[in-house]
Design a protein around this ligand. Structure first.
Ligand SMILES: Cc1cc2nc3c(=O)[nH]c(=O)nc-3n(C[C@H](O)[C@H](O)[C@H](O)COP(=O)(O)O)c2cc1C
Ligand SMILES: [Mn+2]
Length: 488
C-alpha cells in the first residue's frame, strides 16, 4: 500500500532500523551537512537521519532518506529497482512499439496510467496552518550545506529537496521539478531551473505573455512523489501522474490558497508565491552534486505570498556534494526506471550503467546487440538526441556480452577493443548547466566511444581475435575434482 505521507515512510525506516535520531542540538548551518556527509560516505550509504533539535527552529530535519539501495527500494515499494521496469514493459507491450515520443504521449491514456490521474481534494494536512499575512521563511530549519554557499548579502541557506510546481500558461498543463531554492530573505528566494528544464519552458511562456507567473514549492511528501520531481520525464507527462503509477495509488492534490496551482495534499510545507517575468537576481554559488560549486548566475526571483504547513512539520533536506551522496541512489532509480523507455526507441540496447562517479551526466556505459556497420555510432548520436541523455559527456558502447554493471570488466574490454582514431566520436552541443569544463556555459563537447567488436564492413582489415575461454569439459572436470587438489 502506498505511503500516506512522508511520516509513514519515516516510521517504516525507523522500524527497520534504517533511521537514526539525533537528540543533541545541531546547527542547520554546516553542522547537519557534515554529519550527513559522513553518513552518506559510510558503507552502503549509512542511515537516514532525524535531527530532533535544530538550533534556531522549532522544526525537526530529516536527511539521507533515499541514500541507500535498500531505502530507495523501500521508498518505491519494490524488491529491486528493476521491478518498475517490468511494470513499464508490461504496459508498453500492450500495443506495438512505435517511437518513444509517441509512446510516451500515449501513456496517460493507457488503462494502467488512467487509474493514477491525480485527484483534487479540499482538506489537506499541508494547510493545517496558513500564514498569509506575515509569511516568514526564517522560522524553518533551512540548511546551509557548504561554506561557500550563497552571497554575502544572505545566509547561504538552500531548500534542497523542493518540489516546484508550475503550470503552462497556454495548455494549463502542470509540471513538477526539483530545483533547489536559494533563500534570500524571509519572503524572497531564487528559482534555479536550468534553461533546459520544464519549469524554465513555462517561465519563457509567461515572459513572452508578460504575465506574472504563479509558482508553488512543496517540501516533504510521500517518497514516490518526492522522487518523481527528479524524474527526467517528457514535458507532456505530469510528474504527479507518474508518481501515482509508482505508488500504485493516485496522488491527492489540493489547490493553493493564493493561486490555482495544485500541490500534494500530504506535503509537510508549501511555499506559495509568484515570479515577475524578467526580474532576475544572482543565485548561488552552491556546493553541487558534481562535487564542485556551481557558479553564481542570474535566475528568476520568487516572491512568497503565503506559507502553509502541517502543525508539527517535519523538514526533509538532502546534502549533495562529492559522490556518493543521497542523490546518487535517486539517479540509480532513474537509470533502472527509464531503461525500458529508452529501449522503445533503441531495442538493441541491453543495459546501461550511469556510474555514480560520473554524477549521471558525465558518463554512461551502454551494451548493445550490434547488427550492422556503424551501429554503435548510431546509438551514440541517437542518445545525444534523447531528453536529458543529451547531457551525456561520455558514452561508451560495448557489445551485449559485456556486463556494464561490472566496471572493471567493461574497462578491460574497452581498453583492448578501441582504436582511438577510428572509434571515437567527438561532437558539440548542449551540456549540463553544471558542467564547468566547457569553455562556454551550457555549450561544449561530448565524446562517444565505440568499443564493440569491429567488422570488415567497418573497415577492419584484420581478423578479430578469439577471447580466451577454457573448454567446458576441463572447467567441469576441475570443479568436480576441486577438493582432491587440497587447495581449500
Ligand atoms: C537533489 C536534486 C537537486 C536538483 N536541483 C536542480 C536544480 O537546482 N536545477 C535544475 O534545473 N535541476 C535540478 N535537479 C534535476 C532536476 O530535478 C531533473 O532534471 C528533473 O527531471 C527536472 O524536471 P523537469 O524535467 O520537469 O524540468 C536536481 C535533482 C536532484 C535529485
Ligand atoms: Mn517535467
Amino acid at each position: 500500500m502506498a505511503y500516506k505521507d512522508l511520516r509513514k515512510f519515516l516510521k517504516l525506516l525507523e522500524e527497520k532500523g534504517l533511521l537514526k535520531r539525533v537528540k543533541a542540538e545541531v546547527d542547520p548551518v554546516l553542522e547537519i551537512s557534515e554529519i550527513t556527509d559522513r553518513m552518506c560516505k559510510s558503507p552502503g550509504g549509512g542511515h537516514a537521519l532525524f535531527f530532533e533539535n535544530v538550533r534556531g527552529s522549532a522544526f525537526p530535519v530529516v536527511t539521507n532518506i533515499f541514500g541507500s539501495f535498500e531505502r530507495m527500494c523501500l521508498a518505491l515499494e519494490v524488491q529491486s529497482l528493476d521491478d518498475i521496469a517490468g511494470r513499464i514493459n508490461e504496459m508498453l507491450n500492450q500495443s506495438p512499439p512505435r517511437s518513444l515520443m509517441e509512446k510516451v504521449a500515449m501513456l496517460p491514456r493507457l488503462f494502467e496510467f488512467s487509474r493514477y490521474i491525480p485527484k483534487r481534494v479540499k482538506n489537506a494536512p499541508c494547510q493545517e496552518v496558513i500564514e498569509k499575512d506575515n509569511p516568514d521563511l526564517s522560522i524553518f530549519p533551512v540548511i546551509k550545506c557548504w561554506p561557500g554557499d550563497g552571497q554575502p548579502t544572505d545566509e547561504g541557506r538552500f531548500i534542497t529537496l523542493p518540489m516546484v510546481f508550475t503550470k503552462d500558461p497556454e495548455t494549463g498543463r502542470p509540471n513538477c521539478g526539483m530545483y533547489r531554492i536559494h533563500v534570500y530573505d524571509k519572503i524572497t528566494t531564487g528559482m534555479h531551473w536550468h534553461i533546459h528544464k520544464d519549469g524554465a519552458r513555462h517561465y519563457d511562456k509567461y515572459k513572452a505573455l508578460g504575465k506574472k507567473m504563479p509558482v508553488c514549492i512543496a517540501v516533504g511528501s510521500d517518497p514516490a512523489v518526492i522522487y518523481s520531481a527528479t524524474a527526467p520525464l517528457p514535458e507532456s507527462i505530469d510528474e504527479m501522474l507518474f508518481a501515482g503509477f509508482l505508488r500504485r495509488e493516485q496522488v491527492k492534490m489540493v489547490k493553493c490558497i493564493t493561486s490555482d496551482i495544485e500541490v500534494p495534499a500530504n506535503s509537510e510545507l508549501v511555499i506559495e508565491g509568484y515570479i515577475e517575468p524578467g526580474e532576475e537576481r544572482i543565485e548561488g554559488p552552491f556546493g553541487d552534486h558534481t562535487g564542485f560549486y556551481s557558479a553564481a548566475d542570474n535566475y528568476p526571483v520568487f516572491h512568497v505570498t503565503c506559507i502553509t504547513r502541517r502543525k508539527d512539520m517535519i523538514y526533509p533536506s538532502t546534502i549533495v556534494g562529492k559522490p556518493p551522496m543521497e542523490d546518487c541512489y535517486m539517479g540509480k532509480a532513474t537509470e533502472r526506471i527509464f531503461l525500458p523507455l529508452l529501449k522503445v526507441d533503441f531495442p538493441e540496447i541491453q543495459d546501461m550503467n550511469l556510474p555514480m562517479e560520473g554524477v549521471f551526466h558525465n558518463a554512461a556505459l551502454i551494451s548493445i546487440k550490434k547488427s550492422y556497420p556503424g551501429h554503435a555510432k548510431k546509438i551514440i548520436h541517437g542518445l545525444w538526441g534523447k531528453g536529458q541523455m543529451m547531457f551525456s559527456k561520455l558514452l561508451i558502447i560495448v557489445d551485449a556480452d559485456v556486463d556494464v554493471q561490472n566496471i572493471s570488466y567493461t574497462a578491460w574490454k574497452v581498453l583492448n577493443n578501441v582504436d582511438w582514431r577510428r572509434d571515437v566520436v567527438v561532437s558539440e552541443g548542449p551540456v549540463d548547466d553544471l558542467d564547468h569544463s566547457s569553455s562556454l556555459p551550457r555549450y561544449g563537447s561530448k565524446m562517444g566511444i565505440d568499443a564493440t567488436k569491429k567488422t570488415r564492413e567497418e573497415g577492419m582489415t584484420r581478423d578479430w581475435p578469439e577471447e580466451i575461454i577454457m573448454s567446458d569439459n576441463i572447467v567441469n572436470l576441475v570443479t568436480q575434482r576441486w577438493k582432491e587438489y587440497g587447495l581449500e
